[in-house]
Design a protein around this ligand. Structure first.
Ligand SMILES: C[S@@+](CC[C@H](N)C(=O)[O-])C[C@H]1O[C@@H](n2cnc3c(N)ncnc32)[C@H](O)[C@@H]1O
Length: 300
């Protein structure tokens, strides 16, 4: 296990269970856990496939229990997994925590998902708290536009005093947030990167400035990145070196890893460094030529 740390943000390069065991109990305000889903996604060093559903679930119950122990008594945890595993997570967690919301994150896709059944276009998220009478929920920080009524400037005459509809509201439990696409600035080379907008809503709602946010399966470190932007502290755990490098760069913890300069991967449509260099020297040549021709014409 290797730890990198800067300005309140910690990256742990290692196994989630081992790393969680080393974190102090009752020290974390918010956990976002987005584990491998056991559906055969290709992560750099891992096959996302367990021998059986039972072996996947018993591994999950181990880290879920550890996560609960790490939370403060007023802490919150959001957990994701594949739709087919979520009922097991739900039953396991509702005996140990209070599940406040069962969120559906849905997105559209231009590609064909399935031809002989209804393709999957959503992922479930559980929103759980340790104590339903004491938890953080910053409703004012996550308000969205209330469309019905407010947009049409309708008046609700059913009220004792006729009132205009609210123009803002706390989002419901169905969240439409686009997936991260290749051409988006935030894109990193990872098969299941979560969007900044998704984590922004979670971190804003369920933590305050200075709080400690933990992500045991960090991938591209979206959670830690958002925590940093929003002035929280963070711990991110990840087992793959390729993704650790993304985290170190995204959080500005290091510019090099084992002698390798950490740079965002160039997109196919972006010019290479050589092409940039050539364009720059052409530009320099052209401006030199312009300056000297201006001097020549002044002199004549
Ligand atoms: C679903 S992805 C998380 C994606 C992340 N939320 C993001 O926004 O990029 C799961 C991640 O868990 C990592 N992982 C798998 N097994 C692990 C383990 N035992 N300990 C720590 N990380 C693990 C994988 O390498 C993968 O990056």
């Amino acid at each position: 296990m290797k730890v990198f740390e800067k300005n309140g943000h910690k990256i742990i390069f290692g196994d989630a269970v081992e790393a969680l065991e080393a974190i102090e109990d009752g020290s974390v305000d918010l956990i976002f856990a987005d584990p491998p889903y056991n559906i055969g996604k290709k992560f750099v060093d891992l096959a996302d496939k367990w021998e059986s559903d039972d072996s996947y679930l018993s591994w999950c119950y181990k880290w879920l229990t550890l996560c609960i122990n790490k939370l403060k008594s007023n802490g919150t945890m959001y957990v994701m997994t594949a739709t087919q595993n979520m009922p097991h997570f739900d039953i396991f967690l509702r005996n140990k925590m209070t599940i406040l919301s069962r969120i559906v994150w849905y997105y559209d896709s231009s590609s064909v998902q399935a031809r002989k059944y209804f393709g999957s276009l959503y992922e479930p998220i559980l929103h759980c708290v340790k104590n339903p009478n004491d938890y953080t929920f910053n409703a004012q920080d996550i308000l969205v536009q209330a469309r019905t009524g407010a947009v049409r400037k309708l008046i609700d005459y059913r009220k004792p005093v006729p009132t205009v509809y609210n123009s803002k509201k706390v989002p419901g439990n169905v969240w439409h947030i686009p997936r991260v696409r290749y051409r988006m600035d935030e894109y990193e080379n990872h098969p299941t990167q979560k969007p900044i907008a998704l984590l922004e809503r979670i971190v804003k709602a369920s933590s305050n400035e200075g709080d400690l946010v933990l992500d045991p399966f960090s991938g591209t470190f979206t959670t830690s990145y958002v925590a940093k932007e929003l002035k929280r502290r963070s711990i991110g755990i990840e087992i793959s070196e390729e993704y650790i490098k993304i985290g170190l760069r995204r959080l500005h913890i290091a510019t090099e890893f084992n002698g390798e300069r950490l740079r965002r991967e160039r997109k196919t449509y972006e010019p290479s460094e050589n092409e940039n260099q050539t364009a720059l020297s052409l530009f320099e040549k052209k401006s030199k030529w312009n300056t000297s021709s201006r001097k020549r014409s002044k002199a004549s």
